[in-house]
Write a protein that binds this ligand. Structure first.
Ligand code: ADP
Ligand code: MG
Length: 238
């Protein structure tokens, strides 16, 4: 099992509803369990020419999940959710109803034609770092360092949207799940990962913990971050 961080973004349509529906769809994927989620942030659209006040503003959020899916399987499942929300792909990095990007998967380093992990620009995007920090105050971007430090150095140009967390209303027991052991797990995972219960090893599906469900700690940083990948983080990227 892996712990994955997924960034969500939208600047067309009912952005908040879309992000919430997408987060719930992610939580309901077979082989995926919700761990923690952010509130939404809003920011000015970033285009190839820089910040563009004339474009619809973005809403962004982050969810943290445990998953049995392989990285490529997770990406394909996320593309399916994007498609279900009317995502079109004519203009790369253009306006979009929904963008779902894999930010990190444990401390995995992956650079294939279709998937680069950690996401190569995650550390440069406040609209990824701020909600990630909101979901997980102890988050670490593999190869780059604590998300709190990265965000402090970068400056946070996002605005917090005072709405519930994206996983609010999601419970492990209330969604379809093919593995019976999971239905007996405790607390729904809808909030911030609490520090005191974190450990460095993800639990198995049948392992219970007292208190909130998150048990995995920050991923260690081991080496340089990939910066050569072709894909921007959620949201438009120059
Ligand atoms: P954008 O770059 O604006 O997010 P898309 O969402 O259409 O555009 O993604 C383009 C491609 O980026 C995807 O088809 C996917 O194969 C690739 N990609 C590479 N790494 C990642 C990642 N970490 N998360 C999401 N997509 C990725
Ligand atoms: Mg994308």
């Amino acid at each position: 099992m892996s712990r994955a961080v997924v960034a969500l973004g939208a600047n067309l349509g009912d952005r908040g509803s879309t992000l919430r529906a997408a987060a719930h769809a992610i939580a309901a994927l077979p082989g995926v369990r919700p761990v923690a989620s952010s509130r939404e942030v809003e920011s000015v659209a970033l285009t190839l020419d820089g910040l563009d006040e004339t474009k619809p503003r973005y809403r962004n959020g982050v969810v943290v999940v445990d998953t049995d899916l392989a990285p490529q399987e997770l990406l394909e499942a996320l593309h399916g959710i994007e498609d279900a929300h009317g995502r079109t792909r004519e203009v790369r990095w253009g306006d979009r109803t929904l963008d779902l990007d894999v930010v990190a998967i444990d401390d995995l380093r992956l650079d294939t034609a279709t998937l680069t992990v950690p996401h190569p620009r995650a550390g440069e995007r406040a609209f990824v770092l701020a909600p990630w920090l909101d979901a997980d105050p102890d988050a670490v971007l593999p190869g780059a360092g604590p998300v709190a430090d990265l965000l402090a150095a970068l400056g946070d140009d996002t605005e917090r949207v005072e709405e519930p967390r994206l996983f609010d209303g999601v419970t492990r027991a209330s969604r379809p799940d093919p593995e019976p052991t999971r239905a007996t797990e405790p607390t729904p995972a809808t909030g911030t990962i609490p520090g005191p219960t974190r450990t460095l090893t993800p639990t198995t599906g049948s392992t219970s913990t007292s208190g909130p469900t998150s048990t995995s700690g920050p991923t260690p940083t081991t080496g340089p971050t990939s910066t050569s990948g072709p894909t921007p983080t959620t949201g438009p990227t120059p």
